[in-house]
Design a protein around this ligand. Structure first.
Ligand code: GDP
Length: 444
């Protein structure tokens, strides 16, 4: 699974992780190669674009984490974006509905519909102790209903007795009724396929859907067909409406184009993957595990995750120490403002911290509210290093320069300085009582 894609991405990213420093040009060059690798893996163009745009954006804005090489950071970003396009959380077949829950399988001929129906029925029977009834609605292929009956015997799952001459819709109705009367938990409808999508097929699926009111409509698609599988999913979703996708023949798919595209293109989750012809060759789809498999760089990803946690803790401890010593300067204030912006504004942060109401009042009095973050950061950004370290040197001429640089005025600068002074005093007082650490953790 994903072998060829893994090889390509692996060598591109390996080139990056070895180096101590990365220029923007290095990252851009690597991203161009990633882009090419994804296109060769038959990933949908719109997904390739979305993916590389997001990685680029994050790589540019990424915080520098001590003890982590920039290339390792890029690996982590690529990993997280892979997870994001694969669907973030793993979703599986939903049986939360009054019994019998109807699960309908749709797709082209030969995609693995009947096999998948048997695999999933067996899984629900064995692992979740469900009573399952399977029915073949394929009246076109003479052997189809017989094939499902034999499969049922093999996996020890009941099948609906065949009645000659019934239409697919009639069989569907009879299956649901038999499910109800027989006390089944789940009724599975294996519909007929065609060699390609056509209007009669779609009309038949819509009719069956209406008659059987399925809780799940799963498209079974052959992963080896790449972008054709994605287009198929789009078509079925538009016309019949899908609740999820099962990709079969993942065991033979070295490229991974369908798996990487179908969620982003249709918005529908991959719920299961088929990994072989045997009845137990079926897996749940876990985006994170799949991303790990594609990149083959699990250790780097967890290394960066751990480092990011430490860095936050290190930063918080350093900040607490500074506060206690009364050294909370304007650089620190800017840090805090950025963090607050990131965390969704003042109210949400202050609300989380006991005893912070008073500080919030002070900040409000000083004119600091969420809308002002940008302005405050602009003011601090227009100061020199020395001014940020030691705001006391800010006299009239310096303020004039800063006002011009930040598009504000002296009054705005004075407000910011007053607020900083009050915060610094207050933090010092709180720090003296040994509360600095916990407060900063709240602020960070
Ligand atoms: P249907 O026409 O959609 O019902 O397709 P079938 O269920 O009859 O499957 C067609 C062929 O694909 C059979 O030979 C299956 O054994 C094979 N098949 C189904 N799923 C998988 C899979 O996940 N991996 C592999 N390698 N073969 C599969």
């Amino acid at each position: 699974m994903f072998d060829s894609l893994q090889e390509r991405l692996g060598s591109i990213l390996n080139n990056l992780t070895g180096r101590g420093a990365l220029s923007d040009a290095d990252v851009a060059a690597a991203l161009r190669e990633v882009r090419r690798a994804l296109i060769e893996a038959d990933v949908a163009l719109e997904v390739v674009r979305l993916f590389t745009d997001r990685v680029r954006e994050k790589a540019v804005g990424a915080a520098v984490v001590k003890s982590i090489k920039p290339g390792q950071m890029v690996v982590k970003i690529v990993h997280d974006e892979l997870v994001s396009i694969l669907g973030e959380t793993s979703e599986t077949i939903d049986l939360n509905a009054p019994a019998p829950v109807v699960v309908m399988y749709v797709g082209l001929q030969g995609s693995g519909k009947t096999t998948t129906t048997g695999k999933i029925a067996r899984r629900l029977t064995d692992r979740q102790n469900k009573k399952v009834l399977m029915a073949s609605l394929d009246t076109r292929r003479p052997a189809a209903q017989e094939q499902l009956r034999q499969l049922g015997e093999q996996v020890k799952v009941a099948t609906l007795p065949v009645v000659a001459g019934q239409s697919p819709v009639e069989i569907a109705r009879r299956a649901v009724q038999a499910g109800r009367l027989g006390g089944y938990d789940v009724v599975m409808l294996d519909t007929a396929g065609r060699t390609h999508i056509d209007e009669p097929l779609m009309a038949e699926m819509a009719e069956i859907k209406q008659a059987a009111n399925p809780h799940e409509i799963l498209l079974v698609a052959d992963a080896l067909t790449g972008q054709d599988a994605v287009n198929l999913a789009r078509n079925f979703n538009d016309r019949v409406g899908l609740t999820g996708i099962v990709l079969t023949r993942m065991d033979g798919d070295g490229r991974g184009g369908a798996a990487l595209s179908v969620r982003a293109v249709t918005g529908k989750p991959i719920k299961m993957i088929g990994t072989g012809e045997k009845m137990d060759a079926l897996e749940e789809f876990h985006p994170k595990r799949i991303a790990d498999r594609i990149l083959g760089m699990g250790d780097i990803v967890s290394l960066v995750e751990r480092a990011a946690e430490t860095i936050d803790a290190e930063k918080a401890a350093a900040m607490a120490k500074k506060m206690q010593a009364g050294q909370f300067d304007l650089n620190d204030l800017a840090d805090q403002l950025r963090q607050m912006q990131k965390m969704g504004g003042l109210g949400s942060i202050m609300g989380m911290m006991p005893g912070m109401n008073k500080m919030q009042d002070q900040m409000a009095a000083a004119g600091l509210d969420d809308r002002m973050f940008g302005q405050q950061l602009a003011i601090i950004g227009s100061m020199t290093k020395a001014e940020r370290k030691n705001p006391d040197i800010l006299k009239h001429s310096r303020k004039k320069r800063i006002a011009a640089g930040s598009g504000t005025d002296a009054a705005a600068i004075n407000k910011l300085l007053k607020m900083h002074r009050q915060m610094a005093d207050m933090m010092k007082a709180m720090g003296g009582k040994g509360k600095g650490g916990s407060m900063m953790r709240g602020l960070m």
